[in-house]
Design a protein around this ligand. Structure first.
Ligand SMILES: Cc1cc2nc3c(=O)[nH]c(=O)nc-3n(C[C@H](O)[C@H](O)[C@H](O)COP(=O)(O)OP(=O)(O)OC[C@H]3O[C@@H](n4cnc5c(N)ncnc54)[C@H](O)[C@@H]3O)c2cc1C
Length: 216
């Protein structure tokens, strides 16, 4: 039984970049589906929604948070340390893995912290044959997405890092051969999703095979 009243203990707060961090918390509900999200905040204060970054079988809960300048809750979470307490609401959401047939190739497209559900997918199902296309503005927002065996980093800002594609995920997708992918999952900001969804449909992917989660 999930107890909403008792606060959840923070176990660690690990920086992943200048503005991003992974918050590790006790896991007090037995099950969730990779791709779902939870509402998190200080006890008695406002909460915000965060995708689960940890896998279904992991002993603790993890979320990947970007500290938004002037943002209420992300700023409060950024300064938490082991032993502090947070409120965590039950997992919900439908951005979950559809049944993948053996040999099916999946396309994961994320901007910024939108990689979080894809890490949860791959930790829960390491057998998935997926390519992650990750769009960031600066190379420092890479968030170490090496959990994905096949990935493309797209850097849209002026600073580049070795091996990265110079441009937005849309530009990479426009040039790529997408014929092998049978299903796509898109997660991140609304602009990316509004551009990538029709791009994939124009390139022959059926609408019901494109799944989306919009952060803001
Ligand atoms: C389904 C879902 C899953 C999400 N998962 C994650 C996640 O895994 N990791 C994560 O970091 N965030 C995630 N978010 C975003 C998160 O819920 C908050 O919106 C974000 O942390 C900002 O909250 P805040 O209280 O700090 O800012 P607020 O006080 O709510 O906003 C302050 C200002 O910042 C702007 N703003 C809000 N969010 C952003 C943003 N992301 N980037 C730039 N400007 C912004 C607002 O428009 C406002 O002007 C998710 C949102 C949804 C809907």
């Amino acid at each position: 039984m999930f107890d909403l009243v008792r606060p959840t203990r923070v176990l660690a707060n690990r920086a992943l970049g200048p503005d991003s961090f992974v918050l590790t918390m006790e896991r007090r509900f037995p099950s969730f589906q990779a791709g779902q999200h939870i509402d998190v905040g200080l006890p008695g204060a406002e909460t915000r929604t965060y995708s689960l970054y940890s896998g279904e079988g992991d002993p603790h809960l993890e979320i990947l948070v970007r500290r938004v300048r002037g943002g209420t809750v992300s700023s409060q979470l950024a300064v938490l340390a082991a032993g502090d307490q947070v409120r965590v609401d039950r997992p919900r959401g439908k951005f979950t893995l559809r049944q993948a047939l053996p040999g099916e190739k999946l396309l994961f497209v994320a901007t910024g912290t939108g990689i979080a559900p894809f890490r949860s997918f791959l930790r829960s199902r390491p057998d998935l044959d997926a390519t992650l296309v990750h769009g960031v503005r600066d190379p420092e927002d890479d968030y170490g997405a090496e959990f994905a065996p096949s990935r493309v980093l797209c850097v849209s800002g002026p600073q580049l890092s070795g091996g990265a594609f110079a441009g937005r995920v849309t530009a990479w997708l426009e040039e790529a051969d997408l014929g092998a992918f049978s299903r796509a999952y898109l997660c991140g900001n609304a602009r990316m999703i509004f551009e990538v969804f029709p791009l994939l449909v124009d390139r022959g992917m059926e609408e019901h095979r494109v799944h989306t989660e919009t952060y803001f």
